[in-house]
Design a protein around this ligand. Structure first.
Ligand SMILES: Cc1cc2nc3c(=O)[nH]c(=O)nc-3n(C[C@H](O)[C@H](O)[C@H](O)COP(=O)(O)OP(=O)(O)OC[C@H]3O[C@@H](n4cnc5c(N)ncnc54)[C@H](O)[C@@H]3O)c2cc1C
Length: 366
């Protein structure tokens, strides 16, 4: 077999994988149908600081804001989580993608932009090396190799406004199963003067734009947008569950990122999970070429690292997606009373409940 890797998709996951493999001396070619991958920007860029560090990218120049906490809203109840240290950065996704592209190129990956790979070519590429589907939620690679459907996803709609912001250090999340069952609505200060407003919903009852329009009529949001100027708006999709199959060993195919459903189900964030999956995939592909390691090891290692956290995030999502406003408000009041907001401020890790537990236990022992 040729020791070559073909990656379809120059998004976060595809580019991290290309960079890591190229650094190991593997011959890599990345294809993207877009001349400028990642444009238009349909996603947000809130990423935990630990998570950003874990994907080994020089993200600094893309950071547009630093977040210290969140305000969680359910009905009339509000829970504030405010940490002493920064917990997440907001990155400019266009800039972030440019950095990833540069890093992959500098490491030696060949990048072919403006080239859509069709199904007959997918088959041909998989016969010439390892083929990676990093081609997003609606993956043609997964479809071609019958790797199962995305069993759960949310539809999103988000807009950016220029306005004067009072608080730029905290993100607001609104839980309301009548408007945003499946995820939540959010307000995020992307920078000093840019406010992002978005919503994620289960497919079915409304389209995401209709839900968004309902969401921004909430009193506390309508007021904030009164003198704001709309800059952009986009609809998109987030896969919320790991695809049934992410490796097809027989055909030399693997999936990474959104195509694999490597997303945190409590928030829809996919950069940390997909980026780490790409790093794991690079190690296994390298070992596959040099020691004959099975590609299935990639799926095993990914699950070992993320299954516990994914389950906890899914439980959270199930809870806030299905609970009534009354039970959400009550839960928040109870959590506030038992000091949960200060606990989360102290030990919170946006990505990893496992890390929260570990931090809390370690701290108690000291
Ligand atoms: C509204 C919204 C908000 C989000 N907010 C956050 C957040 O705050 N933090 C976070 O971590 N994550 C967030 N996410 C999720 C995150 O954006 C995704 O998980 C991540 O971008 C997925 O990267 P990817 O590389 O797997 O796929 P993508 O970024 O979708 O890239 C796939 C690429 O494949 C290309 N492609 C597809 N088919 C072909 C083909 N046949 N031939 C050639 N090229 C092809 C596409 O052009 C595309 O460039 C959000 C998503 C949405 C929709």
């Amino acid at each position: 077999m040729n020791k070559r890797v073909f990656i379809i998709g120059a998004g976060t996951a595809g580019l991290i994988l290309a960079r890591e493999l190229s650094k190991k001396g593997v011959d890599v070619e990345v294809f993207d149908q877009k001349k400028k991958p990642g444009i238009p920007v349909t996603a947000s860029g809130i990423i935990s600081i630990n998570g950003l560090r874990s994907i080994r990218t020089n993200y600094e120049e893309s950071v547009t804001n630093v977040l210290y906490g969140a305000m969680l809203h359910a009905g009339k109840s509000v829970m504030q989580i405010k940490a002493k240290k920064p917990i997440a950065y907001v990155v400019n996704r266009e800039k972030f993608n440019e950095v990833l592209l540069k890093e992959a190129k500098e490491a030696g990956a060949k990048i072919s932009l403006g080239k859509r790979i069709l199904e007959d070519e997918i088959q041909r590429l998989s016969e010439q090396g390892i083929l990676v589907g990093a081609d997003g939620a609606i993956s043609t690679v997964a479809k071609h190799f019958k790797m199962g459907k995305v069993e759960s996803y949310v539809l999103t709609y988000k807009a950016e406004y220029e306005t004067t912001l009072e608080d730029t250090k905290s993100v607001d999340l609104f839980f309301d199963k009548n408007i945003s069952a499946g995820l939540f609505g959010w307000l995020c200060p992307n920078s000093e003067r840019i406010l992002e407003v978005g919503i994620g919903i289960n497919p079915g009852r409304y389209n995401s734009k209709a839900a968004f329009e309902k969401f921004i009529l909430r009193e506390n949001i309508e007021n904030k947008l009164k003198n704001a100027t709309l800059l952009s708006e986009h609809a998109s999709i987030i896969p919320m569950k790991l695809r049934k199959k992410i490796v097809d060993e027989k055909n030399n195919v693997i999936l990474v990122g959104d195509s694999a459903g490597q997303v945190k189900p409590s928030t829809g964030g996919g950069i940390v999970f997909g980026g780490n999956a790409a790093i794991i995939a690079s190690e296994i592909i390298y070992k596959h070429f040099n020691k004959g390691t099975s590609l299935n090891e990639y799926e095993k290692l990914y699950k070992k690292k993320f299954v516990f956290d994914t389950r906890v995030h899914k439980l959270l999502n199930n809870f806030y997606s299905n609970a009534s406003e009354k039970s959400l408000s009550l839960t928040m009041r109870i959590l506030n009373n038992i000091g949960m907001s200060s606990f989360l401020s102290e030990y919170g890790d946006m990505d990893s409940p496992k890390a929260i537990l570990k931090n809390a236990i370690l701290r108690k022992r000291l």
